[in-house]
Ligand binder design. Structure first.
Ligand SMILES: Nc1ncnc2c1ncn2[C@@H]1O[C@H](COP(=O)(O)OP(=O)(O)OP(=O)(O)O)[C@@H](O)[C@H]1O
Ligand SMILES: [Mg+2]
Length: 247
């Protein structure tokens, strides 16, 4: 039996406009996933009062507990999402998990993905507040994750906008989230996208990262990225790591 402390379950499960049909379908999906309880928790509010972890154009993300008392996160498809199901996203998250990227997938139905809850902060907040040592550890891990995704041919698709697609669990563990736009059909550009937007672009956070990493020559980094793009592999990746003083 799925309970909800605040009685706002209909709005969470069938945002933004609940119907009985939608509610019943999704209650069934919650029970298939062995969800015991949805926890009203997070910094985002639905309808001005219901606490959730996140609200995107495609989904609502909430904290929940399963029947074995494990804390999990649920990504619930919005009724007005342009995607007709979350299955494609779940499958690509499963693929990312094979190279230890992304929150661990725990189960999925057509409209709900159950995955590891990340008690984290946004990338921007992390870069602004963390120590140099932790920033270096975080980007080193993040760029290696992007390389692993490139090597299995899974393009995340939105890493040119990293600030909304990466969560950091303290002290410095990055998690790439939201595989909604990911694909195995495009040429992967995870590493080049993320380095372009985090290091090469102009901006105060980029400037901070360049100083922390000791990147003095942007031009040779751009050339190394071009070479990597033409020939993705350990050799071209190592060259990039060296220019970032991460190898
Ligand atoms: N596993 C998780 N643990 C904790 N919080 C999460 C998790 N996954 C997502 N969130 C939170 O929920 C928000 C929305 O998640 P996500 O980006 O996957 O949804 P979306 O509907 O695809 O969003 P968008 O419309 O921006 O693409 C995230 O920004 C993050 O704050
Ligand atoms: Mg999305």
């Amino acid at each position: 039996m799925v309970k909800n402390l605040s009685g706002d379950l209909r709005h969470i499960l069938c945002y933004p406009i609940p119907t009985d049909e939608c509610f019943n379908t999704r209650l069934l999906e919650l029970s298939k996933l062995n969800v015991a309880l949805i926890i009203p928790y997070g910094h985002v509010f639905l309808k001005g009062k219901i606490k959730v972890l996140g609200k995107g154009y495609a989904s609502i993300v909430v904290k929940a507990v399963d029947l074995e008392d494990n804390v999990v996160a649920l990504k619930i498809r919005r009724v007005d999402s342009r995607r007709s199901s979350l299955i494609h996203e779940a499958e690509n998250l499963a693929l990312a998990n094979t190279v230890n990227v992304g929150p661990r997938l725990l189960g999925f139905t057509e409209n709900i993905i159950m995955y590891e809850y990340i008690d984290g902060i946004k990338l921007k907040e992390f870069i602004e507040g963390a120590s140099e040592n932790h920033i270096i550890k975080m980007v080193s891990d993040l760029f290696r994750q992007c390389f692993r995704l490139d090597m299995i041919g899974l393009d995340h698709g939105e890493l040119s906008r990293p600030y909304s697609h990466i969560l950091i669990r303290k002290p410095h563990k990055p998690y790439i989230i939201d595989f909604e736009s990911s694909s195995v059909l495009r040429k992967p550009s995870n590493l080049t996208s993320i380095i372009s937007s985090l290091i090469i672009k102009e901006g105060s956070l980029q400037q901070k990262l360049r100083v922390v990493l000791g990147v003095s020559n942007k031009q040779s980094l751009i050339e190394a990225l071009r070479e990597y793009k033409r020939n993705i592999g350990p050799r071209t990746f190592l060259k990039i790591l060296k220019l970032l003083n991460l190898a």
